[in-house]
Design a binder for this molecule. Sequence first.
Ligand code: ARG
Length: 466
Amino acid sequence: MSNKMWGGRFASGPDAIMEEINASIGFDYRLAAQDIRGSRAHVAMLADAGIVSREHADAITRGLAQVEGEIEAGTFGFSRALEDIHMNIESRLAEIIGPDAGRLHTARSRNDQVAVDFRLWVRDAVDDLDGQMRGLQQALAERALDHAGAVMPGFTHLQSAQPVTFGHHLLAYVEMLGRDRSRLADARKRLNECPLGAAALAGTSFPINREQTARALGFDRPTANSLDSVSDRDFVLEVLASAAICAVHLSRLADEIVLWVTPQFGFVQLSDKFTTGSSIMPQKRNPDAAELVRGKAGRVIGALNGLLIVMKGLPLTYSKDMQEDKEGAFDALQSLSLCIAAMTGMIRDLQPDLKRMKAAAGAGFATATDLADWLVRELKMPFRQAHHVTGSLVKLASDGKVGLEKLTLAQMQSVEPQITEAVFGVLGVEKSVRSRTSYGGTAPANVRAQAKRWIAKLGKEAPKGG
Ligand code: ARG
């Protein structure tokens, strides 16, 4: 039997393999709610424009409500022979209301239909992700306020560089998530145009009102070029790009957690709720959630790359290749959502070991820069010379296997005679962080102020989604 939706000129049905490669219902069933929303707006407009009668439009609208109910109740029978969500819904509508169901597809094609459905889906996902990212920012900022003055080593090259505070470190991620959210918000603005009414590719001869459908579906305006409307997937690409960058941020934090929970670092402990054991080694507490957040970044980046590659060779306008846009995006945005949720849980519960962090902050001559700065400030030495003198003092301490603050004044003066007792005032890690008061620096007072600023700002934002 040929396809009942488009089989007019076909004598036989498709080969089984043809059906298998062609069908998208296995994944685009997830667009059902958006598809029905789009159809409702379309048929209301068709009636208002006098393109279909009010009675037919009402019958279609009632039929759509029944279809929606069946899908929500899980009683809808999805059919692969009907290819995709659009034809599954329309076919069921015809069973319910009869051949007048066929009037719904007037002045519309599956090409603009899938474009509008997918935009609606991506827009909902963006709103949900934004709310989740806000929640993670809040968790981080609250922990940052608790630990605004807790000293830990700051690293470059994963070598102890200068002491910083744990709060300052956490706030770095709040900034990253702030940029992630603004990238999503920016993508959302460009996404929010309605392709419905572009029809197959060239527009339609029916007197449709695209402003009306755009407004009914919450879009800012209709898209301006029908060819672009059905062939554009920038809205997915931009959101996947923003998602990939966010996934990279989460992956970096996850990687730090993996390091921090090792007995070698011992900076933090994850709660039992976010830790797993080993089936053979009873002592183990594995940070699986953090490892998976790090691992899943691969999927999100992969989805972006995959879709860029699908799109790069396509002539205008729609090609069936574009059906490959959905699975990667569904998977990537769902994975990111799970990663944010897991990260929020880990951050809320994690217990820092403040003593160990502080001890580590002092190791590795981390206050050497403070010593050099003291030489510049107090002895008016050029910084390059101060750097050199400090290097000699570090060598002296290192040879003697002591910290800088454990050198005697006599030892210091053997390198630089003008050094006085006052130098010891800058060699402690707490003094070091307290002195970093430049804007954006790690001084606890700065960190406290920034954490409070974020908490106030995030508190004022009404969550947009989930
Ligand atoms: N299932 C299709 C997709 O996801 C819908 C559009 C089909 N359009 C067409 N001309 N065959 O892309």
